[in-house]
Design a protein around this ligand. Structure first.
Ligand code: NAD
Length: 520
């Protein structure tokens, strides 16, 4: 295999983007300079005043325009996503466009309710007081995104950013600059006020300038390695940051499952997007009684997959994004085979001008191997045997990641007990991957998989206002806890008995004591 071209190279400030299925050059962008980035931030700051003072309804009107434009241009969008990433056309429609529209529709319908002021009763000690929560935008957001879902992920962050009243600067991964440009064009067509929506092109340098030039919050999706660097830079400035990072998601397959169903489901969870999803199934633990049958079945399913240029609707699996991905997967497989893994199918790159790799099944793997411990991000299904529920849970949790897990079982009655013991943010039972995109469900990692990011409340600051609604000037007695303290300690001791004792009998006893003390 030649692997001649990278999907994006940055030379003399030009980002050249190629189609990973063909190696053909499809787009050139000019990397945004440091001076330009700073000017863009300044414009975003100026337009923040206008955008944040608009009503939520008015901002929702703009979201509706964007939503309609995406529906109108869905075929063109799907084609561009497939050309830039290599993913099959079906996945461009479903996991990028439909997921994006689902998010937008949800926030168009619910945005008002979610961002409406909320009131809180403060309980028995403060009967006349009431608290109110309101939501304020941060200001200018830096939205830094990866290449693997280049339409859905940025659009999800952009929707919430705009709804909340922030302006933003979006930096797509240089590898998917073409999809980044497409998003920017849609936003331009929606005629958002000038300076509200901005894009910068470039790699790590552009992102670093962005973070260090006076923005108000970073929304980052990407690898653990870069996420940690960003967290460090943000910590130095106490800059708020949301980090949606990588995963090494386990699938646990119990012997009472429907074998055909579990194999088909694990196959899709592991191989869709050519295994390049943060929540791809990257480790499979199968109960010993069905271990051999599971391997045979999934191996035969893998052999039926059609690999090729995703623009052809017959194709199931497209190429990897670039040569580096190919090399990383080769390294993981080699390491596993050297340590005793058994190869059932695949294992090699496919010769030609794209970055194609054979979907691979490995067994006899263990946790000394990279394939079971580091994010592989490729079409590989490593399978390991387990003997008991406890062992399956221990193996699934034996990782620095904590994004999601899946359980495949015929017995769902007790499955929540197992799910609760898995150390990760999402557990799917008899499915995988699909709810990452559902706006009503949180999406957040434990451990190295990051923190924050998916909820609308990550895009706003919460303001608390507390008001004494019983306040009447002149008549109002001062709060009982104000100075002077003289002689109040005993009354407070009695008060605690009256207010916080649980039974009526005990409360009455405490009230009686208070009265006696008072009379004394
Ligand atoms: P990456 O971390 O290499 O890059 C992500 C973004 O950060 C890109 O825009 C990149 O240009 C920028 N960047 C690179 N170096 C930087 C630096 N020093 N400072 C600031 N920004 C920098 O990730 P990737 O390879 O583009 O994407 C794949 C990773 O993203 C995988 O680990 C995957 O699991 C993760 N991911 C996570 C989620 C999630 O929801 N948790 C979703 C999608 C992808």
């Amino acid at each position: 295999m030649t692997c001649k071209a990278m999907p994006a190279t940055i030379k003399e400030n030009l980002i050249k983007v190629t189609n990973p299925a063909t190696g053909e050059e499809i787009f050139t962008a000019k990397a945004t300079s440091e001076t330009e980035i700073k000017e863009i931030i300044q414009r975003a700051k100026e337009s923040f005043l206008l955008w944040s003072s608009m009503t939520v309804d008015k901002r929702i009107d703009y979201l509706k325009k964007i939503y309609e434009l995406i529906i109108k241009d869905k075929d063109k969008i799907a084609e561009i996503i497939t050309k830039n990433t290599g993913k099959p056309l079906s996945e461009s429609y479903l996991t990028e466009i439909a997921s994006c529209l689902q998010i937008m529709e949800y926030f168009i319908k619910k945005g008002h309710e979610l961002l409406n002021e909320k009131s809180i009763s403060l309980g028995k000690l403060y009967p006349t007081k009431k608290s109110f929560l309101s939501y304020e935008p941060y200001g200018v957001m830096a939205i830094i995104e990866p290449w693997n879902y280049p339409f859905y992920l940025p659009m999800s962050a952009i929707t919430k950013t705009l709804l909340a009243g922030n302006t933003f600067i979006f930096k797509p991964s240089s590898k998917v600059s073409l999809v980044g440009k497409l998003i920017y064009e849609i936003l331009l067509e929606a005629a958002l006020p000038q300076g509200v929506a901005n894009i910068v092109y470039g790699g790590s340098e552009a992102a670093e300038v962005l973070i260090s030039s006076g923005i108000d919050k970073v929304i980052f999706t990407g690898s653990v390695e870069i996420g940690k660097k960003i967290a460090e830079s943000c910590a130095k400035k106490l800059l708020p940051v949301s980090l949606e990072l990588g995963g090494k998601d386990p699938a646990i397959v119990f012997k009472n499952t429907n074998l055909d169903y579990a194999c088909e489901g694990v196959l899709w969870g592991a191989i869709s997007n050519c295994g390049q999803a943060c929540a791809s199934i990257e480790r499979v633990y199968v109960e010993s009684e069905i271990y051999n049958d599971f391997i045979d079945k999934i191996t035969s399913l893998v052999k039926e997959l059609k690999i090729g240029n995703g623009i052809d609707d017959e194709i199931d699996v497209g190429p990897l994004i670039d040569k580096e991905q190919v090399e990383k997967i080769e390294e993981h497989i080699k390491d596993a085979l050297n340590k005793g893994a058994r190869l059932h199918t695949g294992g090699k790159r496919i010769p030609g001008s794209g970055f194609f790799f054979e979907p691979t099944v490995l067994s006899n793997v263990n946790h000394s191997m990279k394939i079971m411990t580091e994010e592989t991000f490729g079409p590989v299904i490593p399978i390991m045997k387990f003997e008991s529920i406890e062992e399956a849970i221990r193996l699934a949790n034996d990782t620095r990641y904590g994004l999601a897990s899946s359980i495949w079982t015929g017995e769902t009655g007790n499955v929540k007990n197992i799910a609760n013991k898995l150390n990760c943010g999402t557990v799917w039972v008899n499915d995988s991957l699909f709810l990452q995109a559902h706006p009503a469900c949180p999406w957040q990692g434990y451990k190295d998989s990051g923190y924050g990011g998916s909820a609308i409340y990550d895009f706003v600051r919460t303001k608390h206002i507390s008001i004494d609604l019983g306040f009447i000037p002149k008549l109002h007695p001062k709060s009982f806890w104000w100075y002077p303290y003289k002689g109040k300690a005993r009354s407070y001791s009695d008060l605690i008995g009256i207010v916080f004792k649980s039974s009526i009998k005990e409360k009455t006893k405490a009230a009686f004591h208070t009265m006696i003390n008072f009379l004394k």
